[in-house]
Design a protein around this ligand. Structure first.
Ligand code: HSE
Length: 293
């Protein structure tokens, strides 16, 4: 039996649209077992219990690359990453399936090869990179080949996720974006990405607060996230200026050094119409892992 553990991730981190990503110590676990024939999936909502399941589809695609045919497979899942909330649940499924197939068939694929397959399935690399490699990553694609590099991140920084009881669709959140942007807005974001990476390494909160701003996606997406303005105001009153949409949302994220931050926003958040879970997350440094049980 094979067990794969994949971390949750946040993508974009303000100005780094489709580029930056960070892994968290919040994991999904998938086990893969051979059965005589067919497909059995356990541990996931009924709606995903079929052949369209992303873990299964990714397993099949990786098996195909390895020249293997899947006869019978049982997948058991322990889902801790909230689904469709902007915390990398799709990437966790994809990486889980790809790592699972490689270990299951003793495929001998390198991490880089599995990374490429996973990015090919997902289409953009910003969540896949930290899910595979852990930590803070910056990624790019050139001639369909993904590249990623890791950056250090200060251990003083904590991430406070506000996870609502509603979902957003990444497709919808991408459709809402403009086709072209102003040159000065591009400069605004490029400058902030570069500065943000150093500020995250040194833990300079003043610099992080400014460098997290963006002009490419967040203002357009605010309309898809109910109570976004209210949550932002509550966080600002709680002394957080380091606020961004996690991936394509709807989770909203704060960067803070203060462990008491959740206490300061708890009451305000509890008065909102939607239920927002407040969750402190720490950085994962190791990325996805597969083991033979
Ligand atoms: N960079 C992606 C987006 C992350 O914001 O659309 C979600 O997959």
């Amino acid at each position: 039996m094979i067990k794969v553990k994949t971390p949750a991730t946040t993508a974009n981190i303000g100005p780094g649209f489709d580029v930056l990503g960070l892994a968290f110590k919040l994991y999904n676990e998938y086990t893969f077992e051979e059965i005589d024939k067919g497909l059995v999936i356990e541990g996931c909502p009924d709606v995903y219990n079929n052949k369209e399941n992303l873990v299964y589809k990714s397993f099949l695609l990786a098996a195909e690359q390895l020249g293997k045919k899947v006869d019978g497979l049982k997948i058991s899942m322990k889902i801790n990453i909230p689904v469709s909330r902007g915390l990398g649940s799709s990437s966790a499924c994809i990486v889980g399936g790809v790592y699972g197939a490689n270990a299951f068939y003793k495929g001998g694929l390198t991490k880089e090869e599995m990374y490429k397959i996973a990015v090919m399935i997902e289409g953009h690399p910003d969540n896949i990179s930290p899910c595979v490699y852990g930590g803070l990553t910056a990624s790019m694609i050139e001639n369909e080949k993904p590249y990623t590099v890791g950056y250090d991140i200060s251990s003083q920084l904590k991430f406070c996720a506000l996870i609502p009881d509603f979902e957003t669709s990444t497709n919808e959140a991408r459709k809402i974006l403009p086709k072209t942007i102003d040159f000065k807005d591009a400069v605004f974001n490029v400058s902030r990405v570069a500065v943000l990476l150093k500020a995250l390494e040194t833990g300079d909160m003043d610099m992080i607060n400014i460098a997290l701003k963006d002009k490419l996606h967040q203002s357009y997406r605010g309309s898809l996230i109910h109570e976004w303005d209210d949550v932002k105001t509550i966080c600002e009153k709680g002394d957080s200026l380091a606020f961004f949409i996690s991936g394509s949302g709807p989770t909203l994220m704060n960067i803070t050094k203060d462990e008491n931050f959740p206490e300061r926003i708890k009451e305000g958040i509890s008065r909102l119409k939607h239920n927002w879970e407040i969750k402190m997350l720490e950085t994962d440094k190791g990325g996805a892992k597969a083991e033979i049980l």
